[in-house]
Design a protein. Structure first.
Length: 195
């Protein structure tokens, strides 16, 4: 928790300068969509579309639309994900809309805060809908903005995710969820096109 507070304070530091120029608007997404190429029985069907606007040289805001499926608690450690004893008895189908605020700290180094509200359906192994719920998914990112010509960019980053609200889970899903924390650290790679 202390690390999260320190990173948030860095995000809003007024003395650091961005070095990003160019177009004010962009559309983008996440390289996590490559996971859709997974040939297993449990592909994430992850899709994300971002639409953003650069307010100043330091400040960027965006709207994110995200949909995906997941089969295990989000807080499960990476090394435990392949164990069948740790997965849900079914899957979660999530559709959400979010807001993001990105602040350039120095050069092209940035931090970002994302808040996404998901509507979720809990689906059993038979394919039957068990219940519905909601989730507030928060992400803090620390990354680097790489401009590609005058038309595109890449943003490799490290993310800390947290979901303080996660309700409506069926009892068997909740039992799995309760075994793990409500934080995850993960790498990320966003990309976008300027216009």
């Amino acid at each position: 928790m202390k690390l999260f507070v320190i990173l948030v304070l860095i995000c809003f530091s007024p003395k650091l300068k961005a070095d990003v120029e160019g177009s004010k608007f962009f559309i983008g997404s996440s390289a996590f969509m490559l996971a859709n190429l997974d040939s297993s029985d449990e592909p994430p069907n992850f899709y994300q579309l971002n639409f953003g606007y650069q307010l100043t040289k330091k400040d960027v805001v965006s709207i994110e639309a995200i949909t995906w499926k997941y089969y295990a608690p989000l807080g499960i450690p990476w090394e435990e994900m392949s164990s069948k004893s740790n997965i849900f008895p079914g899957r979660v189908d999530a559709v959400g809309i979010g807001l993001a605020y990105q602040r350039f700290l120095w050069g092209n180094v940035y931090s970002a805060l994302h808040a996404t509200w998901f509507k979720q359906e809990y689906v059993g192994t038979s394919g039957a809908k068990l219940s519905e719920g909601e989730q507030l998914f928060l992400t803090f990112r620390l990354g680097y903005h790489i401009k590609i010509g005058s038309f595109a960019f890449l943003e490799p980053n490290l993310a800390v995710t947290h979901w303080p609200i996660n309700r409506g889970l069926p009892p068997a899903f909740q039992a799995q969820e309760d075994r793990w924390g409500k934080f995850q650290v993960e790498p990320g790679l966003h990309f976008g096109f300027l216009f």
